[in-house]
Design a protein around this ligand. Structure first.
Ligand SMILES: [Zn+2]
Length: 83
């Protein structure tokens, strides 16, 4: 499988192969993030959920986690991409 140019660590890395269940963001994440950095986010996500006591059944809770994911992975936000 092709390697991915990761925007977080700046290296060519192994692609993420497992399903992420992120809907529209799945392509964005898989196209820009290597498997190692994703693994770091998976650990960080647990800390974020605990620290902010996020209720994932809540729309605002999911939005907060998504916000944290974008800044942790240094992903360009879809609505903030330069023209
Ligand atoms: Zn990476």
């Amino acid at each position: 499988m092709a390697q991915v140019q990761c925007v977080r660590c700046g290296n060519l890395g192994e692609p993420i192969t497992e399903p992420l269940y992120l809907g529209k963001l799945e392509t964005l994440v898989k196209g820009n993030i290597c498997a190692a950095c994703w693994g770091e986010w998976v650990k960080m996500r647990v800390m974020v959920i605990n620290e902010y006591q996020v209720n994932l059944g809540d729309e605002s809770g999911r939005a907060l986690v998504k916000e944290q994911m974008f800044s942790f992975l240094k992903l360009p936000k879809p609505e903030q991409q330069p023209q």
